[in-house]
Design a protein around this ligand. Structure first.
Ligand SMILES: C[S@@+](CC[C@H](N)C(=O)[O-])C[C@H]1O[C@@H](n2cnc3c(N)ncnc32)[C@H](O)[C@@H]1O
Ligand code: SF4
Length: 393
């Protein structure tokens, strides 16, 4: 293995991400690697669960030399719509993972689920298969907005899915989006109050963004004005705070003890191995940090992973790009990071961020107290301006 120029004294915690790439229908705003199953197969053709699981197992086996001996602290099964996979398939997947890697006994194991009726009926069985945390893609509790977002579920289904998640899991997350087509402040408030009425341990609340290469980018819907979206965010911050949820990351709100370990590890610039179609990884070694990527197309992925060849690129993060890459993650956290963490995770000396950090302080974007760097409220509001200060010249 070619040595690099970094000096990592120790390796960060390691997580495992598993991508399941199919959905019933592609949402017009979505730029994730998700593919309509029905569009590619006959309506009665079942998902190729067994073959995809074979591919994931082969993919993980082929990756083992990159993570030898390292314990895995969390697994995140994301998509796509992982809840389209049967509980038996998820059971086999987790069995395969446990047999191949050192999964911590108390590892957090999250599965993303859509709130359709047949999926809801599987929640308990997912829990039995070993999933410890469910993340439900609610998006909104308003039928008109769900329709505008091209979602296949309605508000009633969303509510009964959340009730079932609360019955089946000790911890769960609701994904909600705001600044939706035609959404008023009052409608946003109703969505948030409905979400909070279920006392969720965790909510992720995202501003709807028009991503390039999506249907919405080509045919943009009428969205709320920027000022209105800011008012919505103020309302969200206030309502979640009063309900006892702490905004610990730009888009993530949690009760004590319910922060998402897996995502926090990303934000703290920890390591993750991503397996599955199009999955990205970040893996550290003593002198370099690599970012392998798997082939995107699910069918090609299955063929190539089974042949032991799923990786299409394995670029190394350039030394000069590391400060910005670190800040893209760490500055999303309310608690920020310690200067020691920066050196540990990037293998770079503190001198590499000295000038930018001073500028960030001068502009009121961060505070630095006993080596803890924290974004201020202003830093959170102008996060991309703050992060840009750390871009290489
Ligand atoms: C990996 S996605 C998919 C999870 C699940 N398939 C679903 O859609 O419900 C995770 C979350 O990202 C958010 N998201 C996806 N596209 C977005 C966009 N264009 N703007 C803002 N949030 C988005 C949604 O809240 C979504 O639940
Ligand atoms: S269900 Fe989720 S992953 Fe699938 S297309 Fe919609 S937003 Fe994307």
């Amino acid at each position: 293995m070619r040595p690099g120029t970094l000096q990592l004294q120790s390796l960060p915690p390691l997580s495992l991400y598993v991508h399941l790439p199919w959905c019933l229908k592609k949402c017009p705003y979505c730029d994730f690697n998700s593919h309509e199953w029905m569009a590619n197969a006959g309506a009665d053709e079942p998902l190729p669960e067994a073959r995809y699981l074979d591919a994931l197992r082969a993919d993980l086996e082929a990756s083992l030399p990159l993570i030898w001996g390292r314990p895995v602290h969390s697994v995140f099964i994301g998509g796509g719509t992982p809840s389209l996979f049967s509980p038996a398939a998820i059971d086999r997947l987790l069995g395969d993972i446990r047999s191949l890697v050192r999964l911590d006994a108390d590892a957090e194991i999250t599965l993303e689920a859509n709130p359709g009726t047949f999926e809801k009926d599987r929640f308990r069985a997912f829990h039995k298969a070993g999933v410890t945390r469910l993340s439900i893609g609610v998006q909104s509790f308003n039928d008109q907005h769900l329709k505008a977002l091209g979602r296949v579920h309605n508000a009633d289904q969303a509510m009964s899915a959340v009730e079932e998640a609360a019955r089946s899991f000790e911890t769960f997350n609701l994904d909600i989006m705001y600044a939706l087509p035609g959404q008023s402040l009052a409608q946003c408030e109703k969505d948030i109050r409905t979400a909070l009425s279920f006392s969720p341990p965790h909510i992720s609340i995202y501003h709807l963004t028009l991503e390039p290469n999506t249907y919405f980018a080509k045919y943009p819907p009428a969205l709320p004005q920027e000022d209105d979206a800011w008012d919505m965010l103020d309302l969200i911050t206030e309502a979640t705070g009063s309900a006892g949820l702490e905004r610990y990351e730009v888009s993530a709100y949690a009760r004590g003890g319910h922060r998402c370990w897996h995502n926090t590890n990303y934000w703290q610039f920890g390591d993750y191995l991503g397996i599955g179609a199009g999955a990205h990884s970040k893996l550290s070694f003593a002198h370099r940090i690599g970012r392998p990527v798997r082939v995107r197309d699910p069918r090609l992925y299955m063929d190539r992973a089974i042949a032991g060849d799923a990786v299409v690129s394995a670029e190394e993060v350039a030394r000069k790009e590391l400060p910005f890459e670190f800040m893209l993650n760490a500055l999303r956290l309310r608690d920020g990071f310690t200067l020691q963490q920066f050196s540990e995770r990037t293998g770079l000396p503190l001198s590499s961020i000295e000038v930018a950090l001073q500028k960030a302080q001068d502009q009121g974007f961060v505070t630095v107290e006993s080596s803890q760097v924290k974004p201020t409220i202003r830093g959170f509001d102008f996060l991309s301006d703050l992060q840009t200060l750390f871009l290489a010249d």
